[in-house]
Design a protein around this ligand. Structure first.
Ligand code: ATP
Ligand code: MG
Length: 559
């Protein structure tokens, strides 16, 4: 259980409740609204809720909070289940929908009316806002606040029967129009909506509000700890009020924690949806998106996301985590497990003049130097090779240890290579290097004590496959798009135009031509890459997951 060893204030509450015998078993839940795909912020909540249930041998429910039919869809309920499973969690038989409770919620509302604790209000949305007051001024009672119980019961039934137009009436809890907490100023608990629900169809003309639905769903499911983000702190009195008034046998404890924010991206579902629908990204699973499906496609291993969520901890104060920290977690997981491979992103031809034409030698290359059990693979070496164009400079700058005229480097797992001559085209562009190898350095090691400082990756020219490589950078050019938006800039104008770079003519080892979507590799000296579903057997496509090092940290240090 090393992944969940970090302790935090919520774990302490749970431990105390188990120790005191308040609960014999804990029950948590992850309650997404199916109105979009899950993002890394949700992953934090998933890891927390399922993590606690796992650690303390309780259970965690997956419950769809589907109370707003106009924005919800089965596409989302399906993607959410796929993403939670992919993250490594299992709700067993405990899959629930708030919409399954609609009948019982209706009965609860009727019970409140009978107690004189709820009334049908005829104010329009605008008037209701005016009556509500402000933080410094108390609200005004609705003209309908003192309607009789029988009249309320009859009107609520007629609302249910679809007799009134959308927006014309609401059911409100009768609490306190002078409360310092605006959530307690007679909040709406039911509204009329002429919408088709993705599960209940057109059976209902009225829909319960989130605050009413959530606490009762928790209670009906026997949840012990209802963990949510800080913005619900002000809703907790309402959560408790509803359950107290209805005297439900189960009254879960609501506990709030700080939401996860990451820099250089946005986490609002509305904005993510807009990026998708206006095609500013390729879809919910665009590898640049902070969504779970985007990260999966990019190649982030699920265990690295779990490790990240564990390491950032659970706090009571909102803060922003560096996206480079998430990338570091990804890098750490991949370094242990990803097989190594050679790939040339920008090829430059090398002809080894002292290597016979047609001779192929199979060299031994370890699949993962971190893991001897991963074995080796044969790597063909031939007279014509490809190296990375960037690994050659005709006029080398100081301390340049890679290839230049007359210099010697190591070809990884192969031989020492010396550049004898540079061949250019009519425009002066370097098109080929004429080189020699030292046959006494097989495997890439000299036995006469001669040292070289540069090691290059390479491919044999007729023994490699073409591939498309996609390089990614931050989705936004600024660390905090939300803050810029508050200054009046449209967040869309802050999208990074260089967040995707497509390199259509790369070369990879032949074995990688048949990589399956999701297969991950370390392209030596380049970073970690993942085969994309867009690839075809003849032309694989690879996404760069992360570079080998944090390129941004280096830039920031230099600056
Ligand atoms: P909205 O309610 O605006 O649609 P949401 O991000 O709150 O958006 P939900 O589907 O309600 O989406 O979220 C499901 C659960 O995930 C909630 O318990 C919520 O508190 C939690 N959650 C959402 N965003 C974050 C985040 N950035 N960090 C941690 N938890 C989050
Ligand atoms: Mg929410």
């Amino acid at each position: 259980m090393s992944e969940h060893e970090t302790t935090h204030f919520i774990a302490e509450i749970v431990e105390n409740d188990l120790a005191s015998g308040k609960h014999a078993e804990i029950v948590t839940r992850f309650p997404p609204e199916p109105n979009g795909y899950l993002h890394i912020g949700h992953a934090k909540s998933i890891c927390l809720n399922f993590g606690l249930a796992g650690k303390y041998k309780g259970r965690c429910h997956l419950r769809f909070d589907d109370t707003n039919p106009s924005k919800e869809d089965v596409e989302y309920t399906e993607s959410i289940q796929r993403d939670v499973r992919w993250l490594g969690f299992d709700w067993g038989a405990h899959l629930y929908f708030a919409s399954d409770y609609y009948d019982r919620l209706y009965d609860f509302a009727v019970a409140l009316i009978r107690k004189g604790k709820a009334y049908v209000c005829d104010l329009s949305a605008d008037d209701m806002r005016r009556y509500r007051g402000t933080l410094s001024e108390p609200g005004q009672p609705s003209p309908n606040r003192d309607r009789g119980i029988d009249e309320n019961l009859a009107l609520f039934e007629r609302m249910k029967a679809g007799e009134f137009p959308e927006g014309s009436r609401t059911l409100r809890a009768k609490i306190d129009m002078a409360s310092g907490n605006i959530n307690m100023r007679d909040p709406v608990i039911y509204r009329i909506m002429n919408a088709v629900h993705h599960r209940t169809g057109d059976r209902w003309r009225i829909y319960p509000m989130y605050d009413f639905t959530h606490c009762l769903s928790d209670s009906l499911e026997g949840i012990t700890h209802s963990i949510c983000t800080l913005e619900f702190e002000d809703h907790r009195p309402l959560y408790d009020w509803v359950l107290d008034e209805l005297a439900t046998p189960c009254h879960p404890r609501q506990i709030e924690f700080a939401r996860l924010n990451l820099n250089y991206t946005v986490m609002s579902k509305r904005k993510l949806l807009e990026l998708v629908t206006t095609k500013l990204v390729g879809g919910w699973d665009d590898p640049r998106m902070p969504t779970i499906s985007g990260m999966r496609r990019r190649g982030y291993p699920p265990e690295s996301i779990r490790a990240f969520c564990d390491k950032i901890g659970v706090a009571k104060a909102n803060s922003t985590v560096e996206i480079s920290y998430l990338e570091a977690c990804v890098r750490e997981t991949l370094n242990q497990g990803a097989p190594r491979a050679m790939a040339i992103l920008d090829p430059l031809k090398v002809v080894v003049e002292n290597w016979p034409e047609g001779k192929i030698e199979l060299l031994d290359a370890p699949n993962n130097p971190e893991d001897p059990a991963a074995g080796t693979r044969p790597l063909p070496f031939s007279r014509e090779l490809w190296i990375e164009r960037d690994d050659f400079r005709e006029v080398p700058p100081p301390k340049y240890f890679r290839l230049s005229p007359g210099s010697e480097v190591r070809l990884l797992h192969a031989y020492y290579l010396k550049c004898e001559k540079v061949v250019k085209d009519g425009a002066g562009k370097v098109v080929e290097l004429r080189c020699t190898i030292d046959p006494a350095t097989k495997g890439g090691w000299a036995h006469d004590g001669r040292k070289v400082k540069g090691t290059l990756h390479w491919l044999a020219a007729d023994h490699c496959a073409r591939a498309e490589v996609r390089l990614y950078d931050h989705l936004f050019t600024v660390a905090d798009p939300g803050a810029e938006e508050k200054k009046g800039r449209d967040y869309r104008s802050l999208l990074n135009p260089d967040s995707l770079k497509v390199l259509p003519d790369c070369l990879v080892e032949l074995g990688l031509a048949s990589a399956k979507p999701g297969d991950r590799f370390q392209f030596q000296r380049q970073g970690y890459f993942c085969a994309d579903p867009d690839g075809t057997p003849g032309k694989p496509v690879f996404n760069r997951i992360v570079g080998l090092k944090d390129a941004w940290a280096k830039i920031e240090k230099k600056a």
